[in-house]
Structures are given as structure tokens and as C-alpha cells.
Design a protein. Structure first.
Length: 224
């Protein structure tokens, strides 16, 4: 099954004049693939991820995620779709510092309102254990290391069991040990749980070890 289908995407920015940042971008990603998006600074990686994440809807072409065409949906529909189907991990984890780790992880599920608070809390604790952070449940997010915070951000991204996990430089501020931990978590999720991982990265080693590389140059795909 296809996790993602990107059809002839063109994207423009208007700064003084019209500037085409993505050019006829076309590719599919299968369910359970772990894909890295690479390319030089300014090649359009973050812009592309922003479209794939459904956050930016101003483009030509069409995007389907998990069999649903997201192009043309309203902002409200997209917000609900994102929360149910996509998990996000960023370079900076954006945890709420005064909230406990478990509370941070629970938030997207509380918003979705599909499960009881008790069920959600149970799953959040389980995820922390899976990420090798058992015993840290009640710590405040302000009081943990960067590598731990990134794992908590991954747990938060996983709380609604998203089909697709998207990362913008998910290991960007981590040392090599924590980068390896995050890489292994992604690999496990893709290969054993069938979740699809799409990560924009500047880290060559990370990209080379993933299942597949999509390379952008000047807004065009030059390698997939
Ligand atoms: N909001 C915006 N308005 C105008 N131009 C933009 C905007 N966002 C990005 N750009 C331009 O689009 C091009 C692609 O930017 P983008 O951030 O997608 O590249 P990138 O490959 O992710 O770069 P980096 O690796 O440095 O993060 C760049 O020329 C950038 O200046």
C-alpha cells in the first residue's frame, strides 16, 4: 500500500517576484518505508515536507496520504487529518517545559478524544518504556537532556499511532549516540510496526542507512 503519493507538485514563493521553489515533484512512498530527504541548503526540502505535512496548502498538484487525497481539504479537515494520521518530530522538540513528560506525550491524544484519559496515560507510559525512559514519567520536560527530550518528542508523535511519521532534522541537535538511538527507533517503527518514516536530514550517514534517499536539487528531484 502507498503511504504517500505526490503528483506533479509545483510551489512558488512571491518575494518581489515569482520564484519557483518546487518543480514537478513526483514520487510515491510505500507503507513501512524509512525515507530520507536530502539536498543542499535551499534545495526545497523543508518546503516539501511542509506540503507533505498538509500544513501548507498553497501549491499546484496533488498529495495523497494513506489513500486519502488531502489536496483541496479545508483547514479544519486537515487539522483533524494530521492529528489522526501524521506524527511530527522536529529538530527542536517543542515540549512544554512545565508539563511532565507523560503530560507532554498525552496532549495529541487528549485532543483527538478517541480514548479515555486512563487509556491514553497508560499508552504514554508504555511509549516512554519503549524508548528506554521508564521511571522518568513525572519529570518536567525542562529537566531532561536534549537526547531524552527528542525521545519524548518521538513518543508524543507516536501517541495516536500515526501511519506516517515526518521529521524535519529529527536528529539535528543530537550527538552521535542519541542520533543512533533515534535512528534505531525509526527503523524499528518502519520495519516492525509498518509505520512510514519521512525525514529531512543533513546527516549523510543517517540518510545512507535509511531504506531510501530522495534527493532534491534546486527544487527538482534528482534521485529517488
Ligand atoms: N516563506 C518563504 N518565502 C519566500 N521564500 C522562501 C520561503 N521559505 C523558503 N523560501 C525559499 O525557498 C527555497 C527553499 O527553501 P527550503 O527552506 O525549503 O530549503 P531547504 O532545502 O530546506 O534548506 P535548509 O537545508 O537550509 O533547511 C530557498 O531559496 C528559500 O530561501
Amino acid at each position: 500500500m502507498k503511504a504517500l503519493s505526490v503528483n506533479k507538485i509545483n510551489k512558488y514563493f512571491y518575494v518581489a517576484q515569482k520564484f519557483q521553489v518546487l518543480k514537478e515533484v513526483n514520487f510515491d512512498i510505500n507503507q513501512g518505508e524509512f525515507v530520507s530527504i536530502i539536498g543542499k541548503s535551499g534545495s526545497g526540502k523543508s518546503t516539501l515536507l511542509y506540503l507533505l505535512s498538509t500544513m501548507d496548502t498553497d501549491y499546484e498538484g496533488a498529495i495523497s496520504i494513506n489513500g486519502t487525497t488531502v489536496t483541496g481539504k479545508s483547514q479544519n479537515e486537515l487539522a483533524a487529518f494530521r492529528n489522526a494520521h501524521i506524527g511530527f518530530v522536529f529538530q527542536f522538540h517543542y515540549l512544554l517545559p512545565e508539563f511532565s513528560l507523560v503530560e507532554n506525550i498525552m496532549l495529541p491524544a487528549l485532543k483527538l478524544k478517541l480514548k479515555s484519559k486512563e487509556e491514553i496515560e497508560h499508552r504514554a507510559v508504555e511509549l516512554l518504556g519503549m524508548l528506554d525512559m521508564k521511571g522518568t514519567e513525572l519529570k518536567k520536560a525542562a529537566a531532561i537532556s536534549g537526547g531524552q527530550a527528542q525521545r519524548v518528542a518521538i513518543a508524543r508523535a507516536l501517541i495516536n499511532d500515526p501511519a506516517v511519521i515526518m521529521g524535519d532534522e529529527p536528529t539535528g541537535n543530537l550527538d552521535s549516540r542519541n542520533t543512533a538511538i533515534v535512528f534505531d527507533i525509526f527503523k524499528e517503527l518502519a520495519h516492525n510496526k509498518g509505520q512510514t518514516i519521512i525525514a529531512v536530514t543533513h546527516d549523510d550517514e543517517f540518510a545512507q542507512k535509511s531504506d531510501r534517499i530522495i534527493e532534491l536539487k534546486d527544487g527538482k528531484i534528482i534521485n529517488e
